[in-house]
Design a protein around this ligand. Structure first.
Ligand code: ZN
Length: 508
């Protein structure tokens, strides 16, 4: 057997990543009834074994911080850990995908709903009694089947990482490799929840009453789904114009929405398609799938904008960059580009130009957008605080459902369910990626405004700048490095610009 070199690791690593990405695209989009990950892991055993891990660990330890070599090593090491953990859990993942695809919810009155479409049905159900019954049935099924699968995966992944001995604990290993401080971020999150409390207490009762006729304390998470679905605005966000409106904006920004055919849109309804949209960069930058299952109304616009941000990013990465810069790295970066796009749904000028909202409705809509933004950030802050405790040393898995309900309910005032404690859980701290992306996109927006004006999204210079200064770099840099570079003043990531934006929206 040939000795594994760095070049070989890159080459085979890329081929492996492409096959896994294609397989999950096919399974999650409903094109394939099940996912066959295990044969792929078997085929690429050479890049997923002890030798590959040893090679990347040595590179990481032996290279000097601040060098390109160390940068590459950190990205490759994180990828090794994630891939090797996933390999050991491939059977579980296949089982979960198959279960999700076939699971059906039955309410007491005999209504049957695909498990994967439950969130869509709940959000669209205007009759509260039926909505709660549907959610009861969903939660019972989660409790019985899905939660045990998720819990097993979280536990086994944690055991696997700890067994490698990179750092004394799971959390310390995460921090060591990613450079993200969980403790500081959790503190920032707690501060955000505190600093926005008065604003939240003032805003929540109004929207609950207006949209659902409820008082704080009565509402559940399923009510939150219905409220944020905001079906009263459906007329302004027609499904038949979804793709054309957003394509028009991307063109006005000086870009090709399909990136010369490298981006493939998959936005139709199909049984077996996941409710949660995703972007599958199957070959970077040559072949990127954007998959969305329509829910209806404004949420589809937000989702398509978000996924288009990912797709434009991956389809415009420099093709001469090594595997790790194109494929791997800090996912806060790609999430920030996705959020930079989806935050146009909070942009008065964007809404007036690309939707049918009109001047008569835009202020009301922006106030709702401010409420929604505040809700989601508070929810994500609470999720991170919960997850840090859940992954912590002193956690007892049995106590986590109660901790989850308490943490999430107190931050959002929507009643959460114990059944969701392991399903509504971002493994490997993906929530840190979202939270830092939120912060970064706010700064990027400010940079774009200063360079290309308030309506940068239709400035033909903005798109080419996004490609040359941001997207082409892949995820070579971390979110912190990009914030510092793009601001030109070494700015740090923080929630401050987000709070300012929410205040402005709520005052519309
Ligand atoms: Zn995303």
């Amino acid at each position: 057997m040939k000795e594994l070199t760095l070049d070989r690791l890159r080459e085979d690593g890329q081929a492996f990543t492409e096959e896994i990405s294609r397989e999950s695209y096919l399974a999650h989009s409903g094109h394939k009834a099940s996912a066959d990950f295990q044969p792929i892991y078997g085929k690429y055993a050479n890049v997923l074994g002890d030798e590959a891990l040893g090679l990347t660990l040595d590179l990481f330890k032996d290279s000097a911080k601040g060098t390109d070599e160390h940068r590459s090593a950190a990205l490759l090491l994180e990828w090794q850990l994630e891939s090797q953990a996933s390999r050991s859990l491939a059977e579980l993942d296949e089982r979960e995908i198959e279960w999700e695809r076939n699971a059906v919810i039955t309410t007491p009155d005999g209504q049957q709903v695909q498990y994967q479409a439950a969130a869509i049905e709940i959000a669209n159900e205007k009759n509260r009694v039926k909505r709660l019954a549907l959610d009861d049935a969903r939660a019972a099924l989660v409790q019985q089947d899905h939660a045990p699968m998720r819990l097993e995966r979280i536990q086994r992944e944690k055991d696997f990482i700890e067994s490698l001995g990179i750092a004394p604990t799971y959390n310390a290993a995460f921090e060591e490799i990613t450079g993200v401080s969980l403790d500081s971020l959790a503190k920032e999150c707690a501060a955000f929840i505190r600093d926005s409390q008065a604003m939240w207490d003032e805003t929540l009762p109004y929207h609950l009453k207006k949209s659902l006729g409820l008082k704080p304390g009565e509402a559940t998470r399923s009510d939150a789904l219905a409220l944020l679905r905001a079906s009263e605005y459906d007329g302004a966000f027609p499904g038949q114009h979804l793709q054309s409106s957003i394509s028009r904006q991307i063109k006005e920004m000086g870009l090709d929405p399909v990136a010369d055919g490298r981006i493939i849109y998959d936005v139709g309804d199909r049984p077996g398609k996941r409710a949660r949209a995703f972007c599958a960069p199957t070959r970077v930058p040559e072949e990127v799938y954007l998959v969305l299952r329509p829910h209806g109304g404004q949420s589809d616009y937000t989702t398509l904008l978000h996924e288009a941000g990912h797709a434009l990013h991956f389809a415009n990465v420099r093709s001469d960059y090594p595997f790790e810069y194109r494929w791997l790295g800090d996912n806060s970066v790609t999430e920030s580009y996705a959020m930079l796009m989806d935050h146009r749904m909070q942009d008065r000028r964007w809404l007036l130009r690309y939707t049918e909202l009109g001047t008569g409705n835009v202020d009301d809509f922006l106030r709702l957008a401010g409420f929604e933004e505040l809700h989601y950030i508070r929810r994500y802050c609470a999720k991170l605080i919960y997850e840090v405790q859940a992954y912590g040393d002193n956690a007892d898995w049995k106590d986590l459902p109660d901790l989850y309900v308490e943490t999430l309910t107190s931050a959002t005032n929507f009643r959460y369910r114990a059944a969701d404690a392991f399903v509504d859980f971002d493994a490997r701290y993906y929530s840190t990626r979202y939270l830092r992306a939120w912060q970064l996109q706010a700064q990027l927006n400010e940079s774009l405004v200063s360079r290309f004006d308030l309506d940068w999204f239709r400035n033909p210079g903005a798109g080419p700048w996004l490609i040359s200064d941001l997207w082409s770099e892949g995820q070579r840099e971390s979110a912190e490095e990009i914030a510092s570079r793009v601001s030109g003043t070494g700015e740090k990531l923080s929630f401050a610009p987000l709070l300012r934006n929410i205040e402005m929206l709520l005052g519309s």
